[in-house]
Write a protein that binds this ligand. Structure first.
Ligand code: ADP
Ligand code: MG
Length: 348
């Protein structure tokens, strides 16, 4: 990491922009036949024949989206790619190409960027996407990373947010709240470290949730699973801001209401135990935590037999008429209105 005084530090100004780009991108290999020309010309050239193309961009800013005091640059590179691909999968597409743009200050040595790019390269390999370009520029203070992803699918395969129908089942992949609780642990350890740098944290009880925060995965596997099961969701969205706000997006855009069942929300045991330790309600965390990068979808009732035995997919509620409203049905069986709290402004 950049704080490590023993490591070699090659200044970026020593290298120059062109050498830097060449150095960082020399190991990227092209795997898709849709990539006609990747890095090296004024623009990439792609060829998709009769396919539909999806395209999405994310911008990550140091101090706003990540804190380099506890996020290793390699993980940051990996996560920057993953959060972007998650949006491609949420359209039911296969991700094929990305571009990577960075603005970086002189406080970062070349070795730090090598770390960042090794994470980017690992993600590109695991998710099978070609890095076909980007831009490199300087920044006066922090690090900025912007990734654009391109994906492809057939016209009739696209899944929008607006297709949910009354009686459809509300289904979520994986489990929720882990990334937020992982962040709480990392923030706590950062404070402990400030007071006593010799304190060696014991993080054994938190490995899953810390990994959910530092090294999330996009659910490419769920897109394949749904194809294998021959289930086409009626609507889909990825969970970046918390379950509650994503459900509200689906319902608003589809013009429907919903009943979400508190006791059905999937939680990992580590999320439950860490919430108990912090004395916060695990449902609040699952609803508002964010950064889980799971997929939320609605499926028609007829498809229920195809998914019901699958441990990766959980039915958490159903869609109602718009006039019925959007509700959380609590464990005590009371109905309360779903609200998009957003994870930054709820009280602990
Ligand atoms: P231009 O001046 O035309 O924008 P650049 O010198 O910035 O060209 O880029 C040269 C090539 O390197 C282009 O193919 C560009 O997409 C690619 N590239 C530039 N920066 C990055 C980066 N940070 N990561 C990946 N590819 C990059
Ligand atoms: Mg450029």
């Amino acid at each position: 990491m950049i704080q490590d005084k023993n490591q070699q530090r090659t200044s970026l100004s020593e290298l120059g922009e062109f050498k830097l780009i060449e150095h960082l991108t020399k190991n990227f290999k092209i795997k898709h036949k849709s990539t006609v020309k990747g890095i090296g010309d004024d623009a990439a050239v792609l060829e998709f024949e009769s396919k539909r193309i999806v395209m999405t961009t994310d911008l990550l800013v140091e101090g706003v989206h990540f804190d380099l005091s506890y996020v290793p640059l390699k993980h940051l590179g990996y996560k920057s790619v993953v959060v972007n691909l998650s949006d491609v999968y949420a359209m039911n597409a296969e991700a094929t190409q990305i571009t990577v743009s960075i603005a970086v200050s002189n406080r970062f040595p070349l070795e730090a960027l090598e770390e960042l790019y090794s994470g980017i390269q690992t993600a590109a390999k695991i998710y099978n996407v070609d890095v076909v370009g980007g831009d490199t520029t300087s920044s006066n203070s922090g690090l900025l990373i912007s990734i654009t992803a391109i994906g492809t699918l057939n016209k009739d395969e696209v899944i929008y947010r607006d297709g949910a129908k009354p009686n459809d089942l509300l289904v979520v992949s994986g489990d929720l709240g882990g990334a937020y609780m992982g962040l709480q642990i990392l923030e706590r350890e950062k404070e402990v470290y400030k007071v006593n740098p010799n304190n060696q944290p014991d993080l054994d009880n938190y490995t899953y949730i810390i990994e959910r925060q530092l090294k999330p995965e996009a659910r490419k596997d769920i897109i394949k699973l749904l194809k294998d099961l021959e289930v086409k969701p009626t609507s889909m969205i990825d969970i970046s801001d918390g379950l509650s706000s994503e459900i509200l997006h689906l319902c608003t855009q589809s013009n429907v209401g919903c009943d979400l069942y508190e006791n059905k929300i999937p939680l990992d045991p580590q999320v439950i135990s860490t919430c108990e330790e912090f004395n916060i309600d695990s449902t609040t965390i699952a609803l508002n935590g964010g950064e889980d990068y799971e997929l939320l979808m609605t499926i028609s009732q007829e498809d229920f037999p195809k998914i019901k035995a699958n441990p990766n997919l959980t039915v958490i509620g159903f869609i109602t008429e718009k006039s019925a409203g959007k509700h959380l049905v609590t464990r005590a069986e009371t109905k309360i209105a779903l609200q998009a709290q957003g994870w930054k402004n709820f009280n602990e």
